[in-house]
Ligand binder design. Structure first.
Ligand code: IPE
Ligand code: IPE
Ligand code: MG
Length: 247
């Protein structure tokens, strides 16, 4: 079996993915960009299922960045509709697989129908406990960090918090991701080597994995490859290799 070579005791608890390359995938097939997004849903389904089967606890998928509003209106509308459709369709599978849906990002900035479908999905799956699937929607890491700074400023102003008590943990507690551990592994597809405003705070010590595979082609095997690559790495957190070996 494919995952025979994966060490179950060295699994990342949290994997974050930048699902990129839908537009280019469609182009290679002479199809409109939206065709790529629709086919990207197959990859989402496969990866979610594979991650849950393997025992990954958290999977965060970058589905729509705040910057993506600058795309042509027709594409933005199609993405918002696809989201509603997908969340509605997949709820029963999520429940069957005991997967809890969550979201990060500026959800109030989403169209009403999209937000409603999303919140319904979150509500319906809230007691599931095998894995948490987190969708980053209208998400911008700089926005998230600025919001956290504002919340801390208000708490100081209202006398609920001392400036001296602001540390990394206090800051992280104000982020959208406060209930989730930081990802150990970040995967970006489509051969782009950038972060595109994703989880900037949370990936301080995350292992980065880039693959040329375009998102609609991404399958379980590609997830296994990424995890295997991750398991070969030495995570030093500032220490020397010798310190880790002599432990
Ligand atoms: C990723 O694919 C999906 C979203 C950003 C919503 P793209 O749509 O960015 O595809 P490319 O990068 O143009 O190929
Ligand atoms: C990042 O992909 C956002 C998502 C995957 C949702 P983009 O395709 O929008 O990233 P850039 O703009 O090329 O960096
Ligand atoms: Mg892209």
């Amino acid at each position: 079996m494919l995952n025979d070579t994966i060490h179950p005791d060295k699994l990342p608890r949290h994997i974050a993915i930048i699902m990129d390359g839908n537009g280019r995938w469609a182009k290679t097939k002479g199809q409109p960009r939206v065709f790529g997004h629709k086919n990207g849903v197959t990859a989402v389904r496969e990866v979610t299922e594979a991650a849950a089967e393997m025992g990954i606890e958290y999977l965060t998928l970058y589905a729509f960045s705040t910057e993506n509003w600058s795309r042509p209106e027709i594409e933005v509308n199609a993405l918002m509709s696809l989201l509603i459709e997908t969340v509605r369709k997949e709820i029963s599978t999520l429940n069957k697989n005991n997967i809890r849906l969550q979201a990060i990002g500026n959800l109030t900035g989403l169209p009403d129908k999209t937000r409603k479908a999303l919140l319904e999905g979150i509500e319906t799956t809230r007691n599931n406990s095998r894995m948490t699937l987190i969708l980053a929607l209208n998400y911008s890491s700089r926005w998230e960090i600025v919001e956290a700074a504002k919340k801390l400023a208000v708490a100081v102003k209202d006398g609920q918090l001392n400036v001296e008590d602001i540390d990394a943990d206090a800051f992280a507690a104000q982020l959208n991701t406060c209930d989730f551990p930081d990802p150990e592994l970040l995967i970006r597809t489509s051969g782009e080597y950038r972060i595109s405003n994703y989880l900037l705070w949370q990936i301080a010590y995350t292992e980065l994995y880039f693959t040329p595979v375009l998102w609609p082609d991404f399958r379980k095997k590609d997830l296994y490859d990424a995890i295997m690559d991750y398991q070969r790495r030495e995570r030093r957190f500032g220490k020397t290799s010798e310190q880790l070996i002599n432990g």
